[in-house]
Unconditional design. Sequence first.
Length: 139
Amino acid sequence: MATVLTLADYPGPPWDSIELSEDQRSYRAFWAAVLQFATADGADEVIFDLNCGYGCLATVINEATHTLVPPPAEYRDCLFAFARRLAAGGPIRSAARYWSRVLDRSDYLGRITLRVVGRNVDWSVFALSRGVRMRRVTA
């Protein structure tokens, strides 16, 4: 079962910024915005890798990697953990998926569905050592 993000999770038009805070709604809004922009740009992947420092957030479009402006450093660990829980479908499923991944030696975390006007766009989420890789699922 996929977690569904909608444009309602993103608070405003593209020129509005997202105010990150300890409130998890801001993390949900962040990932909704990232996936919305990645979908609009025709990205095949979104990479969030904390091992890459300033270049930790990127999209891959036609095999070319485009580095995006990253979130503030103090929120990166929280956004990383939230993305993993979001893909797994919540904290309990996240723990179950962790042990399943360990036993199966798999890096698959789950699926996030972005609901945009008139269609759903599915993203499969895979674990990196300190990050996530989201791949657009093609029909």
